[in-house]
Design a protein around this ligand. Structure first.
Ligand SMILES: Cc1ncc(C[n+]2csc(CCOP(=O)(O)OP(=O)(O)O)c2C)c(N)n1
Ligand SMILES: [Mg+2]
Length: 728
């Protein structure tokens, strides 16, 4: 980072009401003009093919500079969008840093050459890494504000604890900080906008929503996105908000509106929304030409509203600067932009070897033996029948309880996970604690600040988790059924799993998402039986865990919570209360490292690689294979799918020379396809037969049990495959 604090701060505090001083007005103009100068310089570089993308803030400068100067970089938190150059300049990002990103330099402090220009990030300024997704950042701002409030009420939870993710997450909170989240008017059509408004309003969170309304979303005019054409009218009934609708071409109006908004938020009265009408002076980006869809008259009218021209006229009219002085200032700012570009063009690109850094935590590797913290506290044979009878559901609940006692940064939320949202109900009712009762009793023990119900909105759940986690908390959230994870997919793939890599390690979000998954329910049907784990193992940055028994679920969930990566923790619904795989309580520190398969049945003639609900079915099939056909099968339970234990697979296949990969999910493009391909590639010389796969039919799961049985792999399916392959 070149410039930590913008020169703007040297001109004294900007007024929340009243008039800025003359030097402050000049400073506002300087920032606005510098933003335009950097945009124009980038456009030149793009035309010369020295940079590869350009999108500008032209027309938005007044609104953005006003917002930035009303807030405090490094104290408040910022979730900008891609058009926020003037905002970020005014917060303290230098033109040189911007140009480093435009050229894709290794030294680009926002992303190390990984992101397009104007995808901001600065930890010291509290600018959280921006994605290209249009509304995801709003939910991050909500989670961030929740985390700030939590830390200020529970400062003791900010203490660092070596030995888990907390060692690597500095917590920084002030008590009255606000989170600014910016978005274009077109993007308010996204559900995530409404989901963020919902929680900010309900929880009276200190979030300022800034709507930069330039009347267009690429080529789509505002009335197509916003019924009635005005977002302020649509949101006016949200409780607890401060609202302002302003002329976004006037920086002083903007400064005042954001000053009032910040005062409302800092006083704990609730969130704010500032709706600024501005103009988009250039096309959407350099890849767009607005002459294709806008009339000449409309473009000319917008040009007359150029906030920079208007501010210049005002400075002259008010006798603050002469035209000649302004010319001189503008020339120096153009030079500053040009020099920044020249220097950045000399800066080398990232090394190709650097590509794989920061996909996962470089600090804490969850495959390490360090996560094998302790043996279970019991020798299984010695405990009585009753003590050993804990189901997977019980031991997951125990793990959550033990970890919450140990780590005050853990919060749990999701749909129906609380015992009861209304306190008076809790006095007489037993409590819900999740539709599968996995979180039962946690709200009662830890209180409603740490265990609570979310709105019925999956992107809300995961998007807020991103915000919590980037502040150093550990959200352990629940998606009620895997079948309904899809509204959160955008947040999982483009945000949760990606934030660390795209910010070159500056930000990370080690949250846990627990998800009941799978079928074999007899009547679970299409929307309560889905699998689909390979879709998530195909997402770099995300750990995927899939235990098959109570003890593994307990130990792996502990590692998931203590580790420094985001984890998708898949819990098979059919296994929650099965007799198979019950265990005694293993104590509060029992953990299992990721990437370590378990040989659940040793054998010599054929390897069966599997996980989840196919483990008990495979065991059944293997027993029959031995009894009826004399085939000695080795079964590997992978336990974690990313990372997975290649060594264990290879060792077993080298011994047996025959292998089947079996899973419950559909056969085609499933998890087994990748393993089969790798085995065929790397272990070709060890194979005496082709690699076989077992999976569900390539359909969804039907309601009628006869059809469900036919669709999902059964022990008989596995047995047949074992016999076939042995006889190959
Ligand atoms: C989720 C998502 N969908 C689509 C896009 C492609 N896209 C980028 S910008 C944009 C228009 C955004 O318009 P608006 O919110 O009004 O912001 P503006 O660009 O006008 O400032 C679209 C459709 C995207 N980046 N993200
Ligand atoms: Mg727009």
């Amino acid at each position: 980072m070149e410039v930590a604090i913008s020169r703007a701060r040297a001109t004294g505090a900007f007024p929340a009401s009243g008039e800025p001083t003359a030097p402050q007005l000049v400073e506002i103009y300087r920032l606005m003009f510098l933003s335009r100068a950097v945009d124009d310089r980038e456009i030149l570089l793009k035309r010369q093919q020295k940079i590869f993308f350009q999108i500008s803030a032209a027309g938005h400068e007044a609104l953005q500079v006003g917002a930035a100067l009303a807030l405090r970089p490094g104290y408040d938190w910022f979730f900008p969008y891609y058009r926020d150059r003037a905002l970020c300049l005014a917060l303290g990002v230098s033109p040189y840093d911007m140009m480093l990103q435009a050229v894709g330099a290794a030294d680009d402090p926002a992303s190390g050459g990984r992101q397009m220009p104007t995808h901001w990030s600065s930890r010291s300024l509290h600018i959280v890494s921006t994605s290209s997704s249009t509304a995801t950042q709003l939910l991050h701002a909500v989670g961030c504000a929740e985390a700030g409030r939590y830390f200020s009420r529970h400062p003791e939870s900010a203490v660092k604890d070596p030995g888990d993710y907390r060692e690597f997450h500095n917590v920084d909170f002030r008590g009255d900080e606000v989170a600014l989240a910016c978005i274009g008017e077109g993007s308010t059509s996204q559900g995530e906008f409404w989901e963020a408004m919902n929680t900010a309003s309900n929880q009276k969170l200190p979030v300022i929503f800034c709507i930069e309304d330039n009347g267009y979303a690429i080529s789509v005019p505002v009335e197509v996105n916003t019924p009635g054409g005005n977002i302020s009218r649509l949101v006016a009934n949200f409780p607890n908000f401060y609202f302002a609708e302003i002329d976004g071409n006037d920086p002083v109006s903007s400064l005042r509106a954001f000053g009032q908004a910040a005062a409302h938020c800092r006083a704990g009265r609730g969130p704010a929304l500032v709706h600024g009408h501005c103009v988009r002076l250039y096309s959407h980006s350099l890849s767009d030409d607005d002459k294709n869809y806008r009339s000449a008259a409309e473009r000319e009218a917008d040009a007359l509203c150029d906030p920079i021209a208007r501010m210049r006229t005002r400075l002259i009219a008010d006798g603050i600067l002469t035209a000649a002085e302004l010319d001189e200032l503008e020339r120096s700012l153009d030079r500053e932009a040009a020099e920044a570009a020249e220097r950045a063009l000399q800066s080398p690109p990232p090394a190709v070897e650097s590509i794989v850094t920061h996909v996962y935590s470089e600090d804490l590797d969850p495959t390490l033996a360090a996560f094998a913290t302790e043996q279970p506290e019991f020798p299984v044979e010695e405990v009585g029948q009753k003590a050993a009878a804990h189901t997977m559901a019980d031991l997951i609940n125990h793990c959550l309880r033990d970890e919450m006692r140990r780590d005050q940064r853990i919060v749990i939320y999701g749909e129906d996970v609380a015992d009861a949202s209304r306190d008076e109900a809790l006095k007489e009712a037993k409590g819900k604690g999740g539709v599968f009762k996995l979180t039962a009793g946690l709200q009662t023990e830890f209180g409603s600040e740490r265990v609570f119900n979310s709105p019925l909105a999956e992107a809300n759940i995961v998007g807020r988790a991103v915000g919590y986690a980037l502040r150093g908390m550990k959200p352990v959230v629940e998606i009620q059924f895997f079948d309904y994870i899809w509204p959160a997919m955008h947040q999982i793939r483009n945000e949760l799993a990606l934030l660390r890599w795209r910010s070159n390690g500056t930000w990370s979000t080690p949250a846990v998402i627990r998800v009941p998954i799978g079928g074999y329910l007899t009547g679970g049907s299409i929307y309560h039986s889905q699998s689909g784990e390979s879709i998530f193992t195909h997402t770099p940055g995300l750990r995927v865990v899939f235990p098959s028994n109570a003890l593994d679920a307990n130990g792996l969930l502990r590692t998931a919570i203590r580790c420094d990566d985001p984890v998708l923790f898949l819990e098979h619904k059919r296994l929650y209360r099965e007799t198979h795989g019950r265990a005694a309580y293993p104590g509060p520190d029992f953990a299992i490292p990721f990437g370590k398969a378990k040989i659940v049945r040793p054998g010599s003639q054929l390897t069966l690689v599997t996980y989840g609900a196919l483990v008990p079915r495979a065991l059944q099939a293997a027993q029959q294979a031995e009894r009826l056909h004399g085939i000695d099968v080795e079964i590997l339970d992978l336990r974690t799918l990313n990372p997975y234990d290649w060594e264990a697979i290879a060792t077993s296949v080298r011994k047996t020379n025959r292998v089947i990969v079996a899973h419950e999910d559909m056969l085609s493009w499933g998890y087994g396809a990748e393993l089969a391909a790798r085995i065929a590639d790397e272990l070709f010389d060890d194979l005496d037969a082709p690699v076989r796969r077992i999976g569900a039919m390539d359909t969804f799961v039907a309601y009628q049990p006869k059809l469900e049985d036919a669709i999902l792999p059964q022990p008989e399916t596995i047995l047949k495959a074992l016999v076939d392959l042995k006889n190959y």
